[in-house]
Write a protein that binds this ligand. Structure first.
Ligand SMILES: Nc1ncnc2c1ncn2[C@@H]1O[C@H](COP(=O)(O)OP(=O)(O)OP(=O)(O)O)[C@@H](O)[C@H]1O
Ligand SMILES: [Mg+2]
Length: 429
């Protein structure tokens, strides 16, 4: 039997890993941000005119995920606010929206209104958009006595999803001409580097008055970022000397993501702590990496559209019931046709579209779709899941419409007919 009291006692006695684990959390803003001097300086130079009560230029910030965009903006914000207070100027108002969560033009405007005046909220839907825009102008002039910074994080999502967002962005970028008292500055952040190409040139010229690029970190830079955080986060002796270089190297191998490097280090520490180990060894880093990969796969599966989930489920059902035998696109399609009839509200896709989705799943790494040459029968794509069956089962649990289908045994398994480019063929041997 697990001796829980003994476990807790030992935990307190042997807990020699963390000094302050919150320092490794993503929301923590460190006092210094190594290797971001250039970006901090550029943003500071642009926003400094706030201290003379002038409106800074709008800014576009580009950089892959985990390259410090949010951290740098928050860092500059903190220092600018202090300077305003010291100079007895009104502190700027900062409104930050993540366009992944607030993903329609209406909701962006309504959300800004409601941040300014939470006591008289604009309804989340229902008003004509120009009425919400007029309301926003009224609220800005009433509640802002200086500069209002509007940070639109993941702005590319807004543009991709909403054709009308171009008009809204254009009007937002030009809003100052309609304001009597307040001044608005827009900071757009995107981790899609070529996102500019998809922007209406009018929007680009007014929103992207200044552009700042955040390059990915290399292994050495990540190592210095981790060193600086680890100094305060861990107890003395908790880290073997090779741990930080290992976390930095693993994160640099992906795309130089500081969040990934910090997550690896924190998770490795937590695993060592749970096992009541006196220090973090490289094994814990590899375990942590494994856990992070699993979390990422789960998040990816949960965010897939229902059609892709149905195709994943078809591969699952074929693999589960056909232990060991090869699965080809035609098999997946036959199984998909059976499942599609049982999933409420799911349209039937063509085999070509299903093939494309399998290719996307292959690119994400969740499925392995390998083309093999079959001698005189041509080239065939062999498909299998890249994760254990039971893991996929867990990752798709949140999709109620699929819940009853995990034990489904495809009828096409007993048949020697397969589909290929819309035609039915008899399988050979
Ligand atoms: N130069 C740095 N020094 C110290 N910590 C850093 C540095 N750059 C990034 N970090 C840390 O890495 C994590 C991720 O950074 P941040 O959230 O700023 O990335 P991002 O570029 O905004 O990513 P995303 O595009 O996913 O929003 C945060 O915990 C942040 O504190
Ligand atoms: Mg960010």
């Amino acid at each position: 039997m697990f001796d829980i009291d003994n476990y807790f006692e030992n935990f307190v006695k042997t807990n020699k890993i963390f000094e302050e684990r919150n320092i490794l959390r993503p929301e923590f803003v460190p006092k210094i941000l190594p290797h971001r001097d250039n970006q901090i300086r550029k943003i500071a130079e642009i926003v400094a005119c706030t201290l003379k009560n002038s409106k800074p230029s709008n800014i576009f910030i580009f950089g892959k995920t985990g390259t410090g965009k949010t951290a740098v903006v928050n860092y500059v914000k903190g220092h600018l606010n202090i300077q305003c207070r010291n100079s007895e100027l009104p502190e700027p108002k900062w409104i930050s929206l993540n366009c992944q969560q607030v993903n329609s033009s209406y909701r962006v405007l309504a959300r800004i209104c409601n941040e300014l005046d939470p006591y008289n909220p604009v309804p989340i839907a229902g008003w004509p958009i120009d009425v919400v825009f007029d309301k926003l102008i009224e609220k800005l002039d009433t509640y802002v006595h200086g500069i209002c910074f509007i940070i639109l994080d993941e702005i590319d999502i807004l543009v991709k999803k909403m054709k009308k967002s171009h008009d809204i962005l254009y009007n937002l970028a030009r809003i100052n001409s309609r304001l009597k008292q307040a001044k608005v500055n827009i900071i757009g952040i995107s981790n899609v580097l070529n996102f500019k190409n998809s922007l209406d040139p009018r929007v680009l010229s007014s929103l992207g008055e200044e552009e700042i690029v955040f390059p990915a970190y290399n292994a050495q830079e990540l190592k210095e970022i981790l060193d600086q955080r680890a100094n305060f986060a861990f107890q003395r002796g908790a880290l073997a000397h090779d741990i930080i270089p290992l976390c930095a190297a693993l994160a640099a191998k992906e795309h130089g993501d500081a969040r990934k490097a910090l997550d690896l280090l924190r998770k490795a520490g937590e695993l060592a702590e749970r096992r009541q180990s006196p220090s973090i060894t490289s094994d814990f880093v590899y375990f942590a990496q494994n856990d992070i990969e699993k979390d990422k796969m789960k998040e990816y599966c949960e965010s897939l559209p229902l059609q892709s989930k149905a195709i994943l489920l078809s591969i699952y059902a074929m693999q589960k019931n056909r232990a060991g035998n090869a699965i080809i696109t035609g098999d997946v399609y036959s199984c998909y046709l059976e499942l599609q009839k049982q999933i409420p509200g799911l349209n039937k896709l063509s085999q070509r579209r299903v093939s494309e989705i399998i290719r996307e799943l292959d690119l994400s790494g969740i499925v392995n779709a390998q083309i093999k040459s079959n001698g005189r029968y041509g080239r065939t794509k062999f498909i299998n899941l890249n994760i254990p069956l039971e893991d996929l089962n867990k990752y798709l649990l949140n999709e109620n419409r699929l819940n009853d289908l995990f034990d489904y045994r495809p009828k096409c398994i007993g048949s020697n007919i397969t589909c290929f480019k819309g035609q039915k063929y008899v399988k050979l041997g």
